[in-house]
Every structure is written in C-alpha cells, then in structure tokens.
Design a protein around this ligand. Structure first.
Ligand code: P6P
Length: 321
C-alpha cells in the first residue's frame, strides 16, 4: 500500500506535500491524546473558555489547535492560518515568503470527546492572494471554496484516517499507529450517486423550510417495492463521522437554517468549504440550500452557512423537493 509521503510526491508539489506532512505528524499526537481518553494529563472536559464564536472550548480543542499550529508554522511553507479556535487569522512570522495559507477546525465535534464518539480535524489549503514577503491578509482566508488547492480531514475513530484531495480525486489513508505512518486504503473514491441515508437533526423539523420538510417526510414515508423502508436516518452529531459514512455508502447530510441557528451552525470557511471540495471531487455536490457552497464569497472568517451535501441523486431530490 502506498504511504502518504510517496503518494504526495507523485500527486502534488513539494510545498503542499510538506503541509500534509505537517498535518500527518500533528495528527499522530492528537490521535494518541484522543485515544487515551482520560488516562493522560487532564485534557478532557471543558476548558471553561469560549472560542471565537462562543462555542464552549474543550481542553482537547485547544490542545489540538496548538499542536496543529506549531506543526504548520514549523513546516515553513504556510504563511498563516485561520482556526476556529482563534478570533483572528494568524500570520506565521518568518514564513512571509510562503505561498500557502490554511483554514482549519482543529477538532470538530469536540462535545463528543468525553463520550468516546468519533471526532475530526477539518482543513482547507489556499494559495495566498496577498503579495509574498508580506504578512498574510484577510483576503487570503476569505476566498471562495472553489479556489482551494487541497482539502481534507482526519477522522479519529475506530481507526485514525486521513481523507484528502489535491484536486485529483479523493483518497483515504489509515494510520498504522505503531509505524506512525498513513497507508492508502482507498483511491479515487466516488460517492455513490444515490443512497439510503439522510443525516439531519430532526429535532429542528418544525424550523425546516417547507421544501426540506417535504424531503424529510418523503424519506420517512418512501417504501421499496418489497414494502420495506427506502431510507434510514443516521446522525452521529459529528460532521466528519457523518460525512465519512455518507461519502463511502452514499447519502445526504444537512445542517439547515434553524430557529436557534438562522444561518445554520457550520462555518463556511473551515467546515463547509473543505467538505464541499471533497464531496465534489468524489462526484457529489454541496449547497447552502440554494447556491453551490464552493461559489459563495465569504465576508467574515467565522460566518456560518446552511450546508446540504452528498450523493448527486439525493441532493437533486432535496434541492427540488
Ligand atoms: P447539533 C459538532 O458540534 C458540529 O459542529 C458538527 O460536527 C455536527 O454535525 C453538528 O455540530 C451537530 O449539531 O445541533 O445537531 O447537535
């Protein structure tokens, strides 16, 4: 099986390969801490602080943020980054000549940490648009998702897996923990055109727009010729885990506008865009309920967006329900 670095050498340029190598090494550390649930230092539970958008920070959130920032800064090829855990983007001093920036949610789904449910790191990579040899600027991080040059996530689950695309398909790597190396297990993954799974928090049903309500009701009612249910609901409450299952098996994930989250809950720049990039590379697509996510022009670093993404046939059904 192809090791990650061997794959990257053949797939992308040396700078982007270095970015992935930095994420690879950081994920070894995060994976170990996540795996030692409560056995290690006191890094479980709430930190007692809030992140830039008011989310209760978990200690592992902040820990992962630090590990990933150090790794990417030390790679020397990242000019700056924008993290869910920080109010503002950060220019990496000394890396002003670097060509790339990274947007990242260091540990998404962190409320699941203490109950041993899968969580993940989500990231996107852009070429900076500001002039090199200068500090990075806001516009480097507020690019439409379609301008990503690569994206991926690390899923900390039964196994730790890195799923990535550099624009030439989606590839899945599993961490071999003893060798501390990722090995490719799936290449050029195509998400099934249709699926049986819809992933949505139905507690918000009464808030859904009529079209989404019709789609959910359709999924609840539809039967196969043999009279068995055509669809099933699967919702882990961890975007990376729900996305990964639907990527491989087919399905649609929706976090829509709700009463408590009128613009949705997920952040456009470092959650919706990387996932939209990946699902499109795998043959599906993502919208905000109206427009393709990748074509949206971000205006704020932490802005939220409704997110509908998954298999083409199911997406067509929910978009025209
Ligand atoms: P709810 C985790 O907090 C997260 O950001 C996503 O990973 C997940 O899909 C969603 O929120 C769950 O939100 O409101 O359904 O609990």
């Amino acid at each position: 099986m192809t090791e990650l670095n061997e794959f990257l050498a053949s797939e992308t340029n040396p700078q982007i390969a270095k970015i992935f190598s930095a994420i690879e090494k950081a994920s070894f550390i995060v994976s170990k801490e996540v795996g030692y649930q409560g056995l290690g230092d006191d890094i479980l539970g709430a930190k007692g602080s809030e992140n830039s958008t008011g989310d209760q920070q978990q200690k592992l959130d902040v820990y992962a943020d630090g590990v990933l920032e150090r790794a990417l800064r030390n790679s020397g090829v990242v000019a700056g980054w924008a993290s869910e855990e920080s109010d503002h983007f950060v220019s990496f001093e000394g890396n002003e000549d670097a060509a790339y920036v990274v947007v990242i949610d260091p540990l998404d789904g962190s409320s699941n940490i203490d109950v041993n449910v899968s969580i993940g790191t989500i990231f996107g990579i852009y070429e900076r648009v500001s002039s090199r040899r200068e500090k990075v600027m806001a516009q480097d991080f507020l690019q439409p998702g379609r301008r990503q040059v690569a994206a991926g996530y690390v899923l900390y689950s039964v196994s730790t897996q890195l799923v990535l695309s550099t624009g030439h398909g989606v590839h899945v790597f599993t961490l071999e923990p003893w060798k501390r190396s990722y090995h490719r297990i799936l290449d050029h993954v195509k998400t099934p055109a249709d699926g049986k799974v819809y992933s949505i928090n139905e507690v918000n049903f009464d808030d859904f727009n009529p079209r989404l309500q019709r789609f959910v009701q359709y999924c609840r009612d539809k039967k196969n010729e043999n009279g068995k249910r055509r669809y099933t609901g699967r919702y882990i409450g961890s975007l990376v885990a729900d996305f990964h299952r639907n990527l491989l098996k087919g399905g649609v994930y929706v976090y829509p506008s709700t009463g408590e989250a009128p613009s949705g809950k997920l952040r456009l720049v470092y959650e919706c865009n990387p996932m939209a990039y990946l699902i499109e590379q795998a043959g599906g697509y993502a919208t905000d309920g109206e427009k393709n996510i990748l074509d949206l022009q971000p205006t704020e670093l932490h802005q939220k967006s409704p997110l509908y993404l998954g298999s083409k046939v199911m997406m067509d059904e929910v978009m025209k329900a």
